[in-house]
Ligand binder design. Structure first.
Ligand code: PGA
Length: 248
């Protein structure tokens, strides 16, 4: 049985006050949450979020890492630095990093490797653009994205990887993939992993992301191959986020 995982991606939205309100709000409703819950904060707020969440079931994650350990990389943050704050998870290869910051499949695969080498659990994001779905290329695109990581780190490494399938056309748009569309792609992803190792395919969490909200979470997470969600907009509202956490 795979545990449901719900991860919030705050993106570049935070302030000291907002982090306080958000984390305290989430913690106040965690008692009856069975899912594993992670919130991925912007770098400057990792310390604050981690301090607020100490001794709770809430896990803190980061949203990106640099592939280098240290050195002359102005503006960048290493895996070691986020670990210094007790962070265990990191989003890697989010579609915004791929599209806005030019992260290729190769860069994403390297980041997955660096995260794993440093004992961090990557939330490895994949997903197709609208035109790729409309031209019938969804499976080819997610295969290419996953194979780049398998080629780099090997299938065994998926014991420590959380996959997040996020159709790019559903991210921040209010347009959610239908449960059938999402389930079909999740089943495909699992079959792709199974072609390398069936046990690992069964145990790998595959989250759905893209306009998940309290109204659609239960149906999506109820699908056989959907093991939780990566939540953007709705993760900024503690009540909505908690309702999604309770949907699993
Ligand atoms: P959204 O974002 O829930 O706002 O669509 C999801 C994500 O980008 O991870």
């Amino acid at each position: 049985m795979r545990q449901t995982i719900v991860a919030g991606n705050w993106k570049m939205n935070a302030s000291k006050e907002a982090v306080n309100t958000l984390v305290m709000g989430i913690l106040s409703g965690m008692a009856d949450v069975k899912s594993k819950v992670i919130v991925c904060a912007p770098f400057p707020y990792l310390s604050q979020a981690e301090a607020l969440a100490t001794h709770s079931q809430l896990h803190i994650g980061a949203q990106d890492i640099n592939v280098n350990a240290s050195g002359a990389f102005t503006g960048e943050v290493s895996a070691d630095m986020i670990k210094d704050f007790g962070v265990e998870h990191v989003i890697v290869g989010h579609s915004e990093r791929r599209s806005l910051y030019g992260e290729t499949d190769g860069v994403v695969a390297e980041k997955v490797q660096v995260a794993l080498d440093n004992g961090l659990t990557p939330l490895f994001c994949i997903g197709e653009l609208l035109e790729e779905r409309e031209s019938g290329n969804t499976e080819a695109v997610v295969s290419r994205q996953i194979n780049a990581v398998i080629d780099r780190v090997g299938i065994e490494a998926f014991k420590n990887i959380i996959v997040a399938y996020e159709p790019v056309w559903a991210i921040g748009t209010g347009v959610t993939a239908t449960p059938q569309q999402a389930q079909d792609t999740h089943a495909f992803i699992r079959s792709l992993l199974a072609s390398h190792d069936s046990d690992i395919a069964q145990s790998t969490p595959i989250l759905y992301g893209g306009s998940m909200n309290p109204a659609n979470a239960e149906e999506l997470i109820g699908c056989e191959d959907i093991d939780g969600g990566l939540i953007g907009g709705a993760s900024l509202k503690p009540d909505d986020f908690l309702r999604i956490c309770k949907a699993g």
